[in-house]
Design a binder for this molecule. Structure first.
Ligand code: GLU
Length: 519
């Protein structure tokens, strides 16, 4: 058989916001497709109308846009295998339901929900299958005339898959190896419901994967139990030769304790489980998102990629392109990965530090706006420049080289507040203040104040030209006390730069306040 072009798909059901585990599934599909020069398809599986949530589809598309994961075809992307929304493919499914019926691989069943409940009450562990289908109301037990008459009268029915019992069904999984189950434990799954003229997930999924020429099905472990049924469906259609290879990914697990990662874990421990903020259209409840929390998309992609896979060495920081090179589907873990939200913040820190000054500006602007600060673009750029150079890696007032641990743009506020808001109090227990504001300090600052009042050119150079010689002459080392007055703590950029940024009036105001308050 000729090598087929690799084609994979991400096929969410629009039942709410996209879970972060779903994002990882999509990412692995993307990496696999790109590394094989293949296609990545975006399909919407919306055949369960009772679970449809308005806005979910747009949310999912926007999420991937933000994350930089690109699809080659699918809903909103176009392509030759459409439509890509299952609710728009009814004609196609109807045709394939008929194929199975005509081949005697499926049958029509009229049992009402009440009748099924009664059977469940009557027979322990009742399952609709080869053993029980002979006692039910279906096209296998009824005459053709009765069946036709019921259909003609508009009686609701379903089409069920006729599973032959006693067969070993082998699912050949790239991650898990051969998984074998006996067909006798499977029930005759409903494939189609006349009530809404829609197929169920199983039928639509298989028909679409076949028609869209999907070669690999990479999806969450929760779909593994459906895989034997899917293998049987491919066979029933005569598509076994082109059946996709399966790869079922291990679950993302709770950071603490056992079990699957849930939204509740995120709420409890304070991290998002959705890529973007989600506004529930029914309840109005808002769930936090990575984007709004201040994560960079590159950081989210990087830490997600490593939950269930690693490149085999200890490299942690990788671009999407590097991941495409290094990714190995067969090396994905069979065991669930604990969701390490602390590590997620570490990744964001790494990516924030990699950014150029200009890239910080929009995020910083948002932080200031949120604090009610009105600043010009020039002022913001100036602070960003000073911060990058002097604050993130800075020398503190005690002469120690330090690094600020910034994980999110919002962490910048406590570090930059003094640029925009004057100190209103001084912590006398603060080490830096204690060490640098002594009995003689107020007097020295008063002297410095009168020198400053006389400076006409308040640029960095202008100040330097006056203050440096004054310090030299008097032997006063004003820098740390000056920092106490302007910043209120042992942090911040070069003092001349800070003073130039604040302007002469503000500098005088802050110094006067410090002299009065600290004495
Ligand atoms: N619609 C399924 C989901 O919501 C797709 C499962 C699959 O990939 O086959 O995840």
């Amino acid at each position: 058989m000729a090598e087929r072009k690799v084609r994979v798909r991400f096929a969410p059901s629009p039942t709410g916001p996209l879970h972060i585990g779903g994002v990882r599934t999509a990412l692995y599909n993307y990496l696999f497709a790109k590394q094989h020069g293949g296609d990545f398809i975006f399909r919407i599986e919306d055949t369960d109308s009772t679970r449809f949530v308005p806005g979910a589809e747009d949310y999912i598309i926007e999420s991937f846009k933000w994350l930089g994961i690109k699809f080659d075809e699918g809903v909103s992307f176009g392509g030759n295998h459409g439509p890509y929304r299952q609710s728009e493919r009814r004609d196609i499914y109807r045709k394939y339901v008929k194929v199975l019926l005509d081949a005697d691989k499926a049958y029509i069943a009229f049992d009402t929900p009440e009748e099924l409940d009664a059977k469940r009450a009557e027979i322990e562990n009742f399952q609709y299958d080869a053993q029980t289908r002979g006692m039910m109301r279906n096209s296998l037990t009824m005459s053709k005339e009765d069946v036709d008459a019921l259909i003609a009268a508009g009686t609701p029915y379903v089409v069920r898959f006729k599973i032959e019992p006693g067969r070993d069904v082998v699912v050949n999984d790239i991650i898990r190896g051969e998984v074998t189950i006996n067909s006798s434990i499977l029930d005759d799954k409903v494939l189609y419901k006349s009530a809404d003229d829609l197929p169920t997930y199983h039928l639509a999924n298989i028909v679409d994967d076949h028609l869209m020429e999907v070669t690999h099905v990479i999806r969450g472990e929760e779909w593994l139990p459906s895989a034997p049924l899917h293998v049987l469906l491919y066979e029933a259609f005569g598509w076994a030769d082109t059946m996709p290879r399966f790869a079922h990914l291990a679950l993302l697990l709770k950071p603490i304790g056992n079990g699957k990662l849930s939204k509740r874990d995120g709420d409890k421990l304070g991290f998002p489980v959705f890529p973007l903020e989600w506004h529930d259209p029914k309840s109005g409840a808002i769930s936090s998102g990575y984007r709004e929390k201040g994560y960079l998309p590159e950081a989210v992609i990087n830490f997600l990629a490593l939950l269930g896979w690693n490149p085999g060495n200890d490299q942690e920081l990788m671009s999407l392109d590097e991941m495409v090179q290094l990714f190995d589907l067969s090396k994905c873990s069979k065991n669930g990965a604990k969701f390490d939200y602390v590590k997620a913040a570490w990744f964001n820190h790494q990516y924030l530090l990699k950014q150029e000054d200009a890239e910080w500006a929009p995020a910083f602007d948002k932080v200031l706006k949120a604090e009610g600060i009105e600043a010009t673009a020039e002022q913001e750029a100036e602070v960003v420049r000073m911060m990058k150079l002097k604050v993130i890696e800075y020398v503190d007032g005690l002469g120690n080289k330090k690094k600020r641990n910034i994980s999110f743009a919002s962490d910048l506020w406590p570090l930059t507040k003094f640029f925009f808001v004057a100190p209103t109090e001084f912590d006398r227990e603060d080490k830096f203040i204690k060490k640098n504001w002594k009995e003689t300090t107020a007097d020295e600052m008063r002297q410095m104040l009168s020198v400053i009042e006389g400076i006409a050119d308040f640029t960095v150079e202008g100040q330097k030209a006056v203050i440096d010689p004054w310090a030299e002459q008097t032997g006063i080392k004003p820098w740390n006390a000056w920092r106490v007055a302007l910043v209120g703590a042992g942090q911040g950029p070069d003092m001349y730069e800070l003073a130039a940024f604040l302007g002469k009036d503000e500098v005088i105001k802050r110094m006067t306040f410090a002299i009065e308050t600290l004495g």
